[in-house]
Design a protein around this ligand. Structure first.
Ligand SMILES: NC(=O)c1ccc[n+]([C@@H]2O[C@H](COP(=O)([O-])OP(=O)(O)OC[C@H]3O[C@@H](n4cnc5c(N)ncnc54)[C@H](OP(=O)(O)O)[C@@H]3O)[C@@H](O)[C@H]2O)c1
Length: 301
């Protein structure tokens, strides 16, 4: 392996909410990185990112993992869905053979809480496979993404001026995916350039600066776009039907409903200092998020 390639970063899920922001930031920082793409659509989405090359990666195909990890020092690892455990085992096997030195794994807020919920327990099991691999790691455990309001709620915000969530009066310390990506970029770049060891084998909960309710989120979006947006505290049955209508699969719907239930019981209101601690910058507020993404909530957006 040549010295010049030892600081190379592989970003898996490069077309995803977090991966997309991470490759933008690595590009701006002129880091040595490659973008793991699963589909050709992803490649098109990322065509304007400068400085990173593409590498095909499909967790169902170990040979693609092996090629993607070749000459790579660190990996941003995003694995999701019901087959996550099987995928991570294959991934770490191939990563070890390729002599990958560090994995920054996207996990879930309070993945180590007990008893937790199905998704946090799954992420914790995946984390344990990485711990057992003896590859060094950093686990990033973000709370609910602000961008869920774009990815999941914006269609009904545009068409019906409302979003439908079984969130009760829960308070959630929503976090902007751009801040999660900044945390990942800082860890990956510092570790590569300065041989930084601070974040080795550490786990970080990642949240926004405040815990707000869905009522408050609706008010902030309303004030931002000058149009009344309502939060409808839907029943689980209504929420299930709504999620089916936007094409979510049953596994994901059950995960989401269980999470909303945990939010109503106060699970997601804790605030963590990670973003400022690692990036030196305060995390974005929901007001800032709503301003930056206002076009997604406008009826002509
Ligand atoms: N949403 C939240 O509020 C929240 C909060 C905390 C944690 N999380 C965790 O965040 C993760 C989701 O992150 P995200 O929203 O950034 O993801 P995302 O936007 O759904 O992106 C998923 C990425 O994975 C790639 N991918 C899909 N199947 C693949 C395969 N077989 N092999 C290789 N790559 C594959 C996709 O590529 P293609 O598009 O090309 O298929 C895409 O780039 C989940 O693990 C979730 O538990 C989410």
């Amino acid at each position: 392996m040549t010295t010049s390639l030892r600081n190379r970063i592989l970003v898996t899920g490069a077309s995803g909410s977090i991966g997309g922001q991470l490759v933008k930031q690595l590009s701006i920082s002129k880091a040595n990185f490659c973008m793991g793409v699963h589909s050709n659509d992803s490649k098109n989405l990322l065509s304007e990112i400068k400085g990173g090359d593409f590498v095909e990666i499909d967790y169902n195909k170990p040979d693609t993992i092996s090629r993607a990890c070749s000459n790579v020092d660190s990996v941003f690892l995003l694995i999701s869905g019901p087959r996550a455990l099987e995928y991570v085992s294959t991934f770490v096997n191939e990563a070890k053979k390729a002599d990958v030195r560090h994995i920054v794994k996207l996990s879930h807020f309070r993945a180590d809480s007990s008893p937790g919920v199905t998704i946090t327990r799954l992420h914790r099991q995946v984390e344990k496979v990485i711990e057992d691999s003896e590859i060094s790691y950093t686990f990033l455990r973000p709370n609910s993404f602000m961008q869920n309001f774009v990815n999941f709620y914006s269609p009904s915000i545009r068409s019906r001026s409302a979003f439908y969530v079984p969130g009760g009066d829960a308070k959630v310390s929503f976090v902007d995916v751009r801040d999660i990506a900044s945390v990942a970029a800082n860890i990956l770049i510092n570790k590569n350039n300065n041989n930084e060891t601070t974040h080795i084998n550490r786990s970080y909960d990642i949240t926004g600066p405040e815990a707000i309710s869905y009522h408050q989120a609706a008010e902030i979006i309303s004030n931002t776009i000058n149009r009344k947006i309502s939060y409808i505290n839907s029943t689980e049955t209504e929420a299930r039907e709504g999620m089916r209508q936007i094409g979510m699969n049953e596994w994901f719907i059950n995960i989401a409903l269980e999470l909303y239930d945990s939010y109503r019981r106060g699970y997601a209101s804790k605030i963590s200092p990670t973003v400022e601690f690692i990036t030196g910058t305060k995390p974005r507020t929901f007001v800032k998020f709503a301003k930056d993404y206002a076009s997604y909530f406008n009826q002509n957006g």
